[in-house]
Ligand binder design. Sequence first.
Ligand code: NAD
Length: 356
Amino acid sequence: MTPPQAPVGAGQVQVHEMLPARVLIGPGAVRLVAGEAARLGARRVLLVAGPSAAEAAGRVAGDLGPRLAARFGRPAPHTPVAVTAEATAVAEEAGADCVVAIGGGSAIGLAKAVAARTGIPQVAVPTTYSGSEMTPVLGETEDGVKTTRRDPALAPGTVVYDPELTLGMPPGLTRTSAMNALAHAVEALWAPDATMVTDALAAESVAGILGALPEVLDEPSRAEPRARLQSAAWLAGICLARTRMGLHHQLAHVLGGAFDLPHAELHAMLLAHVMAFNLPAAPAAASRLSGITGSDDPAAVVARLARAHDGPTRLSELGVPRDALPAMAERVVDAPYPNPRTPTTAGVTELLARAW
Ligand code: NAD
């Protein structure tokens, strides 16, 4: 067995910040959402859910009964401030004292943004593997610029994971969203602030995602592998909350912000390329990933997963112009996120060219 990479006593003091989240996880947990809102003292709930979560939202609305004060049904990717202003106005007009969000990272991001403006508590009910529900991070866009802030008050206090809400997730979204989670765990393994806790969570998460994802893709509506995949993605979300992200997330932010690209697809197409770039400079992460994948080339294992997607697998297919790549690389090099291998304009351009 690979020893922990960052054991206590290795000459450095480790800082462990645990967010005080209450997590419910298991089939049928959606039935407990109304009770969880009541536990937070909610009498007037704003329910945020896009069309893909309509059925679950209908059930929660029924369970809330007269405590449902208002609904907002149009969350948008990258949390545009104009959409947040609309949803905040709905919350204020309704006198909402709690926001319940059901959906992917977009719905959960909107609830964080509303909570940031109103101070009301949140219950998050994730239907993808984005991990946003576990983090104190909010990224918001205005005039095409995405800014990110981190504040423990932004993290949803209560998270309800119900794998049944993921049974109908299309295979394309399943693969790319699971790879988004995989990226959180992989980057946690080479993060400068990794601890024995994040190492353990990240390793368990990578093994869980790589084990469950092929089974889920074979039989997307089978409950048990879906539950394992969701649990592994939960651990990845904790990794995202607890470690500083590196080159992979930076590239996703820079490209996603510049070209308004679909979040999970972008993560899925970049991850193997960033692993190939970073792993030679991150031997402990490489050894851990080799142990989990049973391969001396873990990046190739992840590349195979990404290539099997029926949607776009290359940046060119998302409309990113080839001649924009050096400028994207320069943005990274100008203010790099902490990364095991120092990014250079030439190195990152080459990485992006491979992904293109
Ligand atoms: P998303 O929430 O935009 O969902 C993608 C699409 O899938 C949407 O059309 C949605 O309606 C649909 N969908 C969601 N769940 C489904 C299901 N179970 N079945 C069928 N369709 C479903 O995408 P996402 O990747 O979950 O989240 C992306 C957003 O989250 C981005 O804005 C990203 O920046 C943000 N994010 C934030 C953090 C953070 O920590 N702050 C972390 C990860 C992602």
